[in-house]
Design a protein around this ligand. Structure first.
Ligand SMILES: [Zn+2]
Length: 384
């Protein structure tokens, strides 16, 4: 049982991030873990985060969706969590996967405002609707997770609309995210690399974090501030440009990834390169035989996505809206091409990668549950 829970928590770990390009909604972890009515279990449980993420995945009809979690520091020693759960949250904090704050205040809404993300919350935000008018004006910017037949569902809240809907990054958010920032505290997991380091600085998650993945700074009196340490952030120059790409297999978006100017990314059955995008788990036998370990390489150069075939068997480009095989432009091994705005590269029929916003999802959709490792465990949760 313990082993199964660890596996679920590992799966959930892959679904929390503070990357502005990948997060799809904002949550307050202290709130979500106390949705006791969802499973009738313990007063607090980290597994409820997984259930809410699954609900978001169902709603967005996309696998592997990630959430931006704001975490009150008190949670790291919350006696209602198991010691294992506390340890896991501490690890997420150390790795910068979640944002730990002494006093979260309205940070959750600030993040949602800067990034244009929906908020998953049951809070009414009465005193904050003036400062964040989209709470009321944009339906779906806040939805409340509540118990449903097959796990949590979302209901309309504050501004109406029961489906979580993303907005636009606020002008301030766009400005802040055009720069990279440095925290003077050594080993800062969010704006890392600052200070003199110390013996274990390299082990801190922040140390090797790509500046393209930095979270949005907090604004205190208009000054970019580290939300964790409350100190003014230094401007470390322009942030590398990025492009969000999505993997679609069999008509479903399986995951997104961020391509930045800093380094190319290889996608394939099981790429050997650091940061490679592994597709093997979604492929049938034929596709697995056809697709090379490393099959296509993506580079971002002066705003253009360049795709290079590095496979044995070659690939193809599917221009926007192409339906038939004859419209597929072959991409021979070692050949490169600029990926047009609406193009997708096809590694094998039905295995495609393209810009995330150009990949409409297919229906009907059953996402892979992060709770899948624990089919029996959910049944063992105490019932009221
Ligand atoms: Zn910091």
């Amino acid at each position: 049982m313990r082993f199964e829970i660890s596996k679920v928590l590992d799966a959930i770990e892959g679904r929390v991030c503070t990357d502005p390009s990948l997060a799809r909604a904002v949550i307050d972890l202290a709130e979500v873990i106390r949705y006791q009515d969802i499973d009738g279990g313990r007063p607090a449980s980290l597994l409820r985060l997984g259930m809410v993420i699954d609900a978001l995945s169902r709603e967005l009809e996309e696998d592997s969706v990630q959430v931006y979690a704001v975490v009150h520091r008190a949670l790291l020693s919350d006696a209602d969590l198991t010691s294992n759960e506390r340890m896991v949250v501490r690890r997420w904090a150390d790795d910068g996967l979640v944002e730990v704050l002494d006093n979260p205040g309205d940070r959750m809404l600030e993040v949602a405002d800067l990034l244009g993300l929906p908020v998953l919350s049951r809070v009414r935000f009465d005193g904050l609707r003036g400062r964040f008018p989209w709470l009321v004006e944009q339906p779906g910017r806040v939805v409340a997770p509540v118990p449903g037949a097959g796990g949590p569902v979302f209901i309309a809240h504050v501004g109406g609309g029961h489906s979580p809907v993303a907005g636009k990054r606020s002008p301030t958010g766009a400005k802040l995210l055009a720069r990279q920032w440095r925290c003077p505290e050594s080993g800062c997991a969010l704006f890392g690399g600052g200070g003199g380091g110390g013996a274990f600085a390299d082990l801190a998650g922040g140390a090797d974090r790509s500046p393209a993945a930095q979270p949005p700074p907090a604004l205190r009196n208009g000054v970019p501030t580290c939300p964790r340490h409350g100190v003014r952030l230094g401007d470390a120059g322009p942030r590398p440009r990025t492009e969000v790409l999505a993997v679609r297999v069999g008509g479903l978006v399986r995951r997104r990834f961020v391509l930045s100017e800093e380094q190319p990314i290889v996608a394939g059955r099981a790429p050997e390169q650091d940061g490679g995008i592994m597709l093997g788990q979604w492929l049938n036998d034929e596709a697995r035989r056809w697709i090379s370990r490393g099959h296509v390489r993506f580079e971002l150069r002066v705003g253009e996505v360049i795709v290079t075939d590095v496979s044995t068997n070659g690939s193809g480009i599917r221009p926007a809206g192409s339906m038939t095989e004859s419209e597929r432009i072959p991409l021979a091994p070692q050949q490169s091409r600029v990926l047009g705005e609406n193009d997708m590269v096809e590694l094998y029929p039905g295995v495609q990668i393209g810009r995330a916003e150009e990949l409409p999802t297919g229906a009907p959709f059953t996402p892979t549950s992060v709770m899948a490792e624990a089919p029996t465990m959910a049944m063992r949760l105490p019932r009221p």
